[in-house]
Design a protein around this ligand. Structure first.
Ligand SMILES: NC(=O)c1ccc[n+]([C@@H]2O[C@H](COP(=O)([O-])OP(=O)(O)OC[C@H]3O[C@@H](n4cnc5c(N)ncnc54)[C@H](OP(=O)(O)O)[C@@H]3O)[C@@H](O)[C@H]2O)c1
Length: 290
């Protein structure tokens, strides 16, 4: 039997890299989507050396650029006729208002919208690889009372926070948006053989705070130590749970927390909000999907 094909975004660092290594050790063909060729190639070499698996390919793309994602998908389609597993893992956290190359607020534009567009453009290859899975990383941080108090909501009046920047709400919105996207994708792909789930991994020691000023990085490092953050390898076990779990322990349209089925916030289950977000995302993408 031919090896299965997995595509992992943000595969040069943290959870994405650890997940790529684990799949490589299990004999998968792994495609790494990384935005920086040098960092990506270094991680690819490390994964090949540690796994003994040569079938690890790097294709660069910036999830903050529609043109870059289009080129990536074109390259992927030329090389592969199917996709069995897509892991939407890339992410970024910043404190100040920044924009992607396409002019959209950075966290929403790359971590949410980039994955929305990438996934939809890959649906034909996912269907060809059915039964196939889309795993999108979210997190418990979207809930009220976790990480800064407020619960996440979709700020439909100013979804890209252009009018009034609020870093806490903007970062929480991205996580909720990825959950709403997953549930809507699962509904729209019902019966196609492509399933979609979202996962909340354990708090893990990664490079997510690298874009903060030095003193905030220091606080983040202290918090990781205090909360006993786990290694990226353990965090990646939670990410990969739906990919590797037996069929009976896995269902499309669900939220998995640390390897078990969990519940996301009440707002995340509202199909009207999910539909509205999907349609706004299509407007940003400039095309209709599914
Ligand atoms: N760590 C945790 O405890 C935790 C918990 C819950 C959820 N999460 C989520 O897990 C995901 C992975 O984060 P991590 O903790 O593994 O952090 P990380 O080590 O910083 O990895 C993030 C990856 O995303 C890539 N990336 C960022 N912007 C990109 C773009 N525009 N295009 C393509 N790739 C891009 C980064 O590339 P560069 O190296 O080039 O910057 C890096 O490879 C994030 O969505 C995060 O919110 C993490």
């Amino acid at each position: 039997m031919d090896a299965k094909i997995a595509l992992i975004t943000g595969a040069n660092s943290g959870l994405g890299k650890a997940a790529a290594l684990k799949l490589a050790k299990l004999g998968w063909n792994v495609v790494m989507l990384c935005r920086d060729a040098q960092r990506g190639e270094q991680a690819r070499q490390e994964i090949i050396t540690a796994s003994g698996n040569e079938n690890i390919r790097l294709i660069t793309a910036d999830l903050g650029s529609k043109v870059s994602i289009k080129n990536f998908v074109g390259e992927f389609e030329r090389r592969y006729s199917q996709l069995n597993l897509l892991i939407n893992c890339a992410g970024i956290r910043v404190l100040n208002y920044q924009k992607t190359g396409d002019g959209i607020e950075l966290m929403f534009g790359s971590e949410y919208l980039g994955h929305f567009i990438l996934t939809n453009w890959l649906v034909p290859r996912l269907k060809a690889g059915a039964p196939s899975k889309v795993i999108t990383i979210s997190g418990e941080g979207h809930k009220a009372g976790v990480e800064g108090g407020v619960g996440a909501s979709i700020n439909f009046d100013d979804i890209t926070y252009e009018k009034k920047w609020d870093v806490l709400r903007a970062s929480k919105q991205v996580v909720l948006a990825k959950i709403l996207f997953t549930y809507e994708l699962a509904r729209r792909l019902e019966g196609s053989g492509v399933s979609a789930v979202t996962v909340s991994p354990r708090f893990s020691r990664t490079n997510l705070s690298n874009h903060y000023p030095w003193f905030v990085r220091w606080i983040a490092a202290f918090r990781m130590w205090q909360a006993r953050a786990v290694s990226p390898e353990l965090g990646a076990d939670d990410v990969l749970y739906p990919a590797l779990a037996p069929q009976a322990q896995y269902q499309t349209g669900k939220y998995y927390v640390e390897g078990q089925e969990g519940k996301s916030s009440p707002e995340s289950y509202d199909p009207e909000i999910a539909k509205r977000l999907w349609e706004i995302s299509e407007t940003f993408a400039g095309e209709k999907f599914l």
